[in-house]
Design a protein around this ligand. Structure first.
Ligand SMILES: [Zn+2]
Ligand SMILES: [Zn+2]
Length: 321
């Protein structure tokens, strides 16, 4: 087999995100697999087909390394480990994933509660519940990592050693892996070719602040080629880091403008920031991000929340009614 990195492009059942990537790198007699794709019907057949195109078999996998605990990046870890008899490297902070797999219904209820607290009207909540009631993922066993993928942990391959860098923000468990001689970065969802942001809401105090610090971490690496969790590889890594940082600041500024005129709920802020109203198909995505921006402004002392149903937000220091 040739020395190199193989991109395994695997299908996803999500309309806006039709594919994810796993990356296969030869390591002696085995193969290191960065990310796994999602667990769903036929997903193992898709992985087998993609690996066969590179002359590889699932049984060749000697290590599974997951960039973060999202369904599309670790969903097949348990099955690959069982078939290949290999070990798992993954960050230990996986509360959200474990809860989702242990009790999917409670996760839906929590999302509805967050939406209600954010000011989504009752009728829209009912529609959202009806649409989300049919789960868009299959439950799978979440294996305990054999190795905690923390800062400085290394993975050996025929291309050289990869070093883990913790990059929380998109998810608390997010890690990037860097190969310095070839200047390759396995970036997961931290950096994507198409600038697109998402932050897990409710699992750490300030995901946006974490994300900005994690951009500084990868900016210090001098990567030449980014192997991202979705889409094609890209080379202008520094420009992508700058564009991601700029988009965060644009969104934060838009959220600040949205609350400047007085208290507003996240439901009222979303259309002012994103130019589209909350709908069943975007509610989870847009509310999570908007709440993360609001919490970041709160941490920075720029915004404050008014407790209540719904919760509203205003500039910090606004006169109390
Ligand atoms: Zn993700
Ligand atoms: Zn992803």
């Amino acid at each position: 087999m040739e020395r190199g990195v193989f991109r395994l492009r695997l299908p996803l059942p999500w309309p806006g995100v039709p594919h994810c990537n796993a990356w296969a790198v030869q390591a002696g007699d085995g193969v290191v697999l960065f990310d796994t794709g999602m667990h769903q019907r036929d997903s193992m057949a898709h992985l087998e087909r993609a690996m066969a195109m590179c002359g590889l078999r699932v049984e060749d996998v000697s290590a599974v390394v997951c960039t973060h605990a999202h369904l599309d990046h670790c969903g097949q870890a348990a099955e690959i480990m069982a078939r290949a008899g290999c070990q798992l490297w993954m960050h230990p902070e996986q509360a959200s994933l474990r809860r989702m797999m242990a009790d999917p219904q409670s996760v839906l209820e929590r999302q509805l509660e967050i939406a209600r607290q954010s000011g989504v009207p009752e009728a829209a909540l009912q529609r959202y519940a009806a649409e989300r009631g049919t789960r868009d993922f299959e439950v799978f066993p979440v294996p305990e990592p054999d190795h905690a993928l923390l800062d400085g942990v290394t993975i050996e391959t025929d291309l050289g050693t990869w070093t883990a860098y913790e990059t929380p923000g998109h998810a608390p468990s997010h890690v990037c892996l860097y190969q310095p001689e070839h200047r390759l970065l396995v970036s997961g969802d931290h950096l994507l070719g198409r600038i697109s942001l998402y932050f897990d809401y409710g699992y750490s105090p300030d995901p946006v602040g974490e994300y900005l610090r994690s951009l500084d971490v990868v900016a210090g690496l001098d990567a030449r080629l980014c192997l991202s969790g979705h889409g094609r590889t890209f080379t202008d890594v520094a420009a992508h880091i700058d564009a991601s940082r700029q988009l965060v600041h644009e969104r934060l500024a838009a959220v600040e403008r949205a609350i400047a005129a007085g208290p507003a709920s996240a439901f009222e802020i979303v259309p002012l920031v994103y130019g589209e109203a909350v709908s069943p198909s975007n509610a989870h995505w847009l509310l999570s991000k908007t709440l993360c921006y609001l919490e970041h402004l709160e941490v920075r002392g720029v915004a404050q929340r008014l407790k209540g149903e719904p919760e509203r937000w205003e500039p910090f220091g606004s006169a109390k009614p």
